[in-house]
Design a protein around this ligand. Sequence first.
Ligand code: AMP
Ligand code: ZN
Length: 469
Amino acid sequence: MQLYNSLSHKKEEFVPHEAGKASIYTCGPTVYHYAHIGNLRTYIMEDVLEKYLRFTGLDVKRVMNITDVGHLTSDGDTGDDKMLKGAKREHKTVMEIAQFYTDAFFSDCKKLNIKTPDVVVPATSYIDEFIRVIEVLIEKGYAYEAGGNIYFDTSKLDKYYVFNDFKEEDLAVGVREGVEEDENKRNKADFVLWFTKSKFDSQELKWDSPFGVGYPGWHIECSCISMKNLGEYLDIHCGGIDNAFPHHTNEIAQSEAYLGHEWCNYWFHVHHLNTNSGKMSKSKGEFLTVSLLEEKGYNPVVYRYFCLLSHYRKSLVFDWDNLNNAVTSYNKLVEKITLLLSDKSGEIEKSEYERLMKNFTDALDNDLNTSLAITSVYDVLKSKTNAVTKLSLISEFDKVLGLDLIANAEKSAEEDNEEIPSEVAELVEQRKNARKEKNFALADEIRNKIAELGYEVKETRQGTEIKKI
Ligand code: AMP
Ligand code: ZN
């Protein structure tokens, strides 16, 4: 499989560190609010990547953190603590907020057919591990104490800006506007590993440590949780594109300083979901959730379909017209599959099966081209092969796409059947047998009887279609 690697800025053949296996680390949500559908675009595309790697036969282990401490509103070391902000907003404790929004996140994921990673670790459960790694970084000369906090010293690295050529002057106050510069830092790009003295006197969660009572920075959590669960060599690290800097840049800096060798081979970044007025973000206050989609009558899986229609490396603009178009297209797809369900005769036609399967895998092997993979579902429907072959292919494809195609087709078939009176259904069956026996005169006669009862029966490429006249 060819994957675009943000580290090398090109598509590369994916070769796991250990043959037959693949380790994946995913930056999990900051659980101070509901995930918006932009966040969920990232998790949907990562889920397709994971499922496709499994589909190709790899033994995948995927790990995700839950950020319940340390993430400040600037993504750097300034601004407000996001968890604290959430707790204040809702007059609850930080841990109550964390639990509530962690559950809400996984409930949204379930509705979008996003598999829960094999290992999920809340940052607050790994404090000892963060402290241990920070101690090693201090010992190795990569970290220093200043003003009560522990900082990572980026000047000790040969190369710090690995993803892009960021200009130092642009980073004078971190990456966002309107935040103060931290006087304690020796270099502008240095970042906090452990806070003791900060403006967050009201910080609820604090732990004892050799560096003083305090709490970890955001970046250290992902490095530690990944290394502890996936070892010294990580195959793929995922996240939204906004995480490339400073979060992933800092993760690489501290992980490689700690390990003394290269750490992660492939960086998979999903581009943003935007609204017409820019990036969808929680801080802007205008964001859409899965519950809101449901309230408006959308099946969440259709949002997954909407995401799959675009490449993960292109930003995607969300508006209701675009979503409605996706609904129409999804319903048509399911309708076509429904028609296949009535014909279960025959066996899988091997050569056509293989050709169409190759279509699908070629699409995903090319840097996870999900929109072409969906086109390959249409190719299956258009092909001249029998319904059994088609259904078998679509059910295999859906292990990766996760669109409930067969399940929704079956549901719709059931609904259709409910509407068709048993007398008509019986005649349809008799007509099918007549056609099998090539008794077309009888088949026509039965068709007329069906018409008298108010139904039209038609043979299409997809199978027998029955409609009310
Ligand atoms: P957060 O909960 O803020 O830590 O973000 C969770 C994930 O969503 C991260 O991988 C972010 O990079 C990603 N993300 C944030 N905003 C967007 C967006 N508008 N579109 C796609 N992904 C996003
Ligand atoms: Zn992370």
